[in-house]
Design a protein around this ligand. Structure first.
Ligand code: PHB
Length: 250
């Protein structure tokens, strides 16, 4: 791909433009995109025009820009996340119907927890996760499961890095975390009260590909002092069902 004068490829610039959008910033002007992507105004203008033309960005009547539906369509087509989500949904619906709390599915992506599905309930408690949203691996119940079962190299890198607290109760001591991760591998579940928000408890179990590798975490977010036994049972049954459904996928 041709390089710009700064040595950056066109692809790198396109990614930089797309990455200026996030869950809290879904609509921007071309000038804002240019500023955030650190591009000269004329380059930003040209790139936005081209990306709108090919449908990766959409522009409304007020000339404001958002991510295009075509981008969503391409991203989902044949993606592993979509296959996993399809296999998981009937089981997630069952968990959600029985517990009436937030039920979510997360995968490991670039050293973070990426939530690919979340079912909610009108009367369920607080929950800060969003579909396509991320949380640090050491903080949420899903992240802890993914970290516990992830490659050793990843675990060591995360434990040696900056372990920021999301809430006052997020575990940030590497020694304590290492012990917790070993316990999660042993127990096949984590109950994490207050590690994301003081008012809630995350409960998560691993989802395996067949009987092998852990490919996702299935979790529920409960109001802080809810008994967790029923949730653990439901999550385990659902995770086993998802593994079977994945194995049966063509
Ligand atoms: C969790 O998975 O631990 C979790 C996620 C979101 C919340 C609370 C807990 O809001």
């Amino acid at each position: 791909m041709a390089n710009s004068r700064s040595g950056e490829t066109v692809t790198e610039r396109v990614v930089r433009v797309l990455e200026t959008f996030n869950a809290d910033r879904t609509v921007q002007t071309t000038a804002e995109i240019g500023r955030r992507a650190m591009l000269p105004p004329s380059t930003a203008h040209r790139m936005v025009v081209e990306l709108v033309e090919c449908g990766l960005l959409d522009r409304d009547e007020e000339q404001r820009v958002r991510l295009g539906m075509r981008l969503w369509e391409l991203a989902l087509r044949g993606s592993r996340a979509l296959r996993l989500r399809q296999a998981a949904l009937p089981f997630m619906e069952r968990v959600q119907a029985r517990l009436r709390e937030h039920t979510q599915l997360a995968v490991l992506e670039n050293d973070e927890t990426l939530f690919i599905e979340r079912l909610s309930h009108g009367r369920a408690g607080a929950n800060i996760t969003r579909i396509a949203g991320r949380l640090p691996l050491h903080a949420s119940s899903s992240g802890l499961v993914l970290l516990a079962h992830g490659p050793e190299e990843l675990r060591e890198r995360i434990l040696a890095g900056r372990l920021e607290a999301v809430s006052p109760e997020t575990m940030t001591d590497p020694k304590q975390l290492r012990r917790l991760l070993a316990r999660i591998r042993h127990d096949g579940v984590v109950v994490a009260p207050g590690t994301i928000e003081t008012v809630s408890t995350g409960v998560a179990v691993p989802v395996r590909e067949g009987r092998g590798e852990v490919i996702a975490a299935l979790s529920v977010v409960l109001p802080r002092d809810t008994p967790t036994g029923g949730a653990v049972k439901e999550l385990r049954a659902a995770a086993a069902g998802i593994s079977t459904a994945i194995a049966a996928q063509p």
